[in-house]
Design a protein around this ligand. Sequence first.
Ligand code: FE2
Ligand code: FE2
Length: 144
Amino acid sequence: MQIGQYLTEEHRKCDQIYAQAEEAVSKGDWESARKLFEEFKEKTLLHFRKEEEVLFPEFEEKTGIVMGPTQVMRHEHAQARDLLERLEKAIESRDREAFLSAGESLMILIQQHNMKEEQILYPMSDQHLSSEEMVEKLSALGEV
Ligand SMILES: [Fe+2]
Ligand SMILES: [Fe+2]
C-alpha cells in the first residue's frame, strides 16, 4: 500500500466519525455525542502523531525540504488541536451552538489541510520514501 492511500483512508475515517458526532449534537443526544466526539478526537490526534513523529521527519530528511509544507502542516495541526479543545468544552457544557460553530471552523480547516496533504505532501512522500517501510512505521503507532 502507498503512503498516500494509507493516510487518506485515515482522513476519511475521521470525517465519518465527525459527521456522526455532529448529527448526535444536532439531535441533542449528548451521550452519543460525547462518545463519538471522544473517538473522533482520539483518531484525529493519533493521525497527527503519525504525521508529526514519522512522516514529517522522514520527509524532511529525505527531501531536505525543512521549511516547506511540513512546517505549514504542523502549524495547522496546532490550530486544529485548539479547536478540538473548544469542541470538548462545548460537549461538556452541552452547548449546541458553540459545538456547531467551532465544528464548522474545524471542518473548514481540516478539509483544506487534508487536501494539501493528499495533493502535495503525500504524493511527494510516495515519490521520495519507501512506501512499505513507512506504512510499517506508521502502523506501529496504532490503528485509526
Ligand atoms: Fe496533517
Ligand atoms: Fe493527514
